[in-house]
Design a protein around this ligand. Structure first.
Ligand code: PAF
Length: 286
């Protein structure tokens, strides 16, 4: 597996693969890779002949006071894992390579509606930063398909929308969330949890399952259902940012008549913000 740091080298390597008749798959990441990321690489490798991954901690999607500076940078370990998982090319650009004219004058991509509310409400500008960097990366790599984790459900919806709205000929694949044995969704941010917090963290997924079970059993009084579960999270020592039931396609608040639902949560455990979700289609047997 080759690692390249410039757009010029990236384009040359992808052009070589294309000239050999290969289909290109792409997995954008911010590094500090874990088995969740490896599942994305494996999925891409099953579908195409040449897998490109990127590692770029994108300053444009971090707000003031967020964890940009302490976001773990573990390039050597990441390269080793990517190689094992079947990645062919790693693009690991600098900030200057991605934003040569600085970030202030960077053209932005903004996806209305889907990017508002949920994480968009607590992290203003976050999804503009994601949509902008993903659009740039898509234009640099020009893949046939790209794979993203369903753990970032709202992010995936935003990326599907931008690809559709900007007529990008890229197939977007959402891969199911990889979980630890106790249910905690794998995330680079889990490394910030101390031992005691790590023991408490699985309550986040248990909360989603409790809500899903209640809905399957017929409950439709969503505000009361959510309020009770928010109290459970607080009792466990978390500070919920949001806990919501939304329509899975549009992400608008769910009505009791909706059948395709997603339950989404963001909650702070100490200073670490955990997010998770559970997709529940009442017309599809579990
Ligand atoms: O999900 C992530 O790791 C990032 O938001 C992404 C998609 C790589 C864009 O920086």
């Amino acid at each position: 597996m080759n690692t390249v740091k410039t757009v010029r080298e990236l384009r040359a390597a992808v052009a070589r693969a294309r000239s050999e008749g290969k289909r290109i798959g792409f997995v954008p990441t911010m590094g500090n890779l874990h088995s969740g990321h490896m599942a994305l690489i494996t999925k891409a490798a099953q579908r195409v002949d040449f897998v490109v991954a990127s590692i770029f901690v994108n300053p444009l999607q971090f707000g003031a006071g967020e964890d940009l500076d302490k976001y773990p940078r573990t390039l050597a370990a990441d390269q080793e894992q990517l190689l094992q998982a079947g990645c062919h090319l790693l693009f690991a650009p600098t900030v200057e390579q991605m934003y040569p004219d600085g970030m202030a004058s960077q053209t932005r991509v903004s996806v209305p509606n889907l990017a508002e509310g949920l994480c968009g409400a607590s992290r203003p500008g976050h999804f503009d930063g994601v949509a902008t960097v993903v659009s740039k990366l898509f234009n640099m790599v020009q893949p046939d398909l790209a794979v993203f984790g369903q753990k970032d459900f709202q992010q995936l919806a935003v990326i599907r929308a931008l690809v559709h709205d900007l007529n990008m000929p890229i197939q977007i694949i959402g891969e199911p969330t990889v979980r630890a044995a106790d249910g905690l969704a794998l995330s680079s941010r889990n490394g910030f949890l101390d031992e005691q917090q790590r023991a408490v963290a699985p309550v986040v997924y248990r909360t989603l399952k409790n809500i899903a079970d209640a809905i399957v059993q017929g409950r439709r009084d969503y505000p009361a259902l959510l309020q009770a579960q928010i109290q459970q999270l607080e009792a466990a020592g978390l500070r919920p940012d949001y806990l919501e039931i939304r329509h899975a396609q549009s992400l608008r608040p769910a009505t009791p008549e909706d059948r395709d639902l997603v339950i989404l949560v963001a909650a702070f455990l100490g200073t670490t913000r955990l997010i998770d979700n559970l997709h529940l289609n009442l017309d599809t047997p579990a």
